[in-house]
Write a protein that binds this ligand. Structure first.
Ligand code: G1P
Length: 316
């Protein structure tokens, strides 16, 4: 498809229909919880992290989801399948609420699974999606970043992709001391406050070398030419095939179309390590319909007690 065709098709609602969710990491930061279970199955409040991500994809109209799995994939496959015996028991009890929760995950989208094979990095994982995706644009969603459903990001990215026939990456401002944890973008402003043109990308730079404080957060809308670039990639940071490096090739003008960034200002919950995961549980817990009231009171009371005990220790 030429860029002109893409522009002509810009209003097609089905411009992007597929989502790819890499979920093949070893999850070593969460051992031993992740010894026999992928980290994407760790719950945030009452849902596994990956369910939030599939809900986000489905919410943006992407109802074909490919999960790239590693070891322990059975838990993931089971979670998005139906469970007749459990459903039968809940039906007999007339427990519609819980039945809805069981059905919820299996009815969200058409979920497919593919093994990554070897853990060679995010670029390699995305490259594995080529046969499933074909010659179409598609979204990539990383499970370590949860985006609050009240602050839609993916639909805005798809809008920019459709209008510009461009690759689109989600960016967020982070403090300089955190930029080494992320891909980082060199950008030029555009007429729209939340949209920038990306001219270069570098994976996890030292603060001193970072071209900006705009970090890549785990949402991408990619055009199919990314697959050819991934095929030609050399191993990058950590000896892995980095998606950031493939995007940098496109940003440097070596693809037909530009790379844009959508700068996100909404609520994002990082679940990548243990402390962040606990914080994400609290942040979403205090907003939860059924648990919010009780949890908020407890957190406030706990904060008072903690402050008092820290105060006691400093006085000693
Ligand atoms: C990956 C990407 C990185 C991106 C980050 C967002 O890194 O390689 O560019 O900024 O996700 O969460 P990871 O956190 O998997 O090491």
């Amino acid at each position: 498809m030429s860029p002109t065709d893409a522009h002509t098709n810009a209003s097609r609602p089905e411009s992007v229909t597929k989502a790819v969710i890499p979920a093949a990491g070893l999850g070593t930061r969460f051992l031993p919880a992740t010894k026999a279970m992928p980290k994407e199955m760790l719950p945030i409040v009452d849902k596994p992290a990956i369910q939030y991500v599939v809900e986000e994809a489905a919410g943006a109209g992407l109802d074909d989801v490919l999960i790239i799995t590693g070891r322990n994939k059975d838990n993931l496959v089971n979670h998005f399948d139906s469970v007749p015996e459990l459903e039968y028991t809940l039906q007999r009890k007339g427990d519609e609420g819980k039945l809805g929760k069981v059905h919820g995950s299996s009815e969200l989208a058409e979920v497919h699974f593919l093994r990554q094979g070897q853990p060679l990095g995010l670029g390699h994982a995305v490259g594995r999606a080529r046969l499933h995706v074909g010659d179409e644009s598609f979204a990539v969603l990383l499970g370590d970043d949860l985006i609050d459903a009240r602050d839609p990001l993916l639909s805005r990215m798809i809008e920019v992709h459709d209008r510009e026939a461009a690759t689109v990456v989600a960016l967020m401002e982070v403090p300089a001391e955190s930029i080494h944890l992320y891909g980082c973008a060199a950008v030029q402003t555009t007429d729209e406050d939340d949209v920038v043109r990306i001219t270069a990308l570098v994976e996890k730079p030292d603060a001193a070398d970072a071209p900006s404080n705009l970090a890549v957060i785990g949402r991408y809308v990619l055009r199919p030419e990314i697959f050819d670039v991934i095929d030609e990639l050399e191993p990058g940071r950590g000896g892995e095939y980095q998606l950031t490096d493939a995007l940098n090739v496109l940003a440097a003008g070596l693809g037909d179309r530009p790379v844009y960034g959508v700068v996100f200002n909404g609520r994002r919950y990082d679940t990548g390590d243990r402390a962040d995961w606990i914080k994400a549980n609290l942040l979403l817990g205090v907003d939860h319909d059924e648990l919010g009231g009780e949890l908020t009171e407890w957190v406030l009371d706990f904060a008072d007690r903690l402050r008092a005990s820290v105060g006691d220790q400093t006085e000693r």
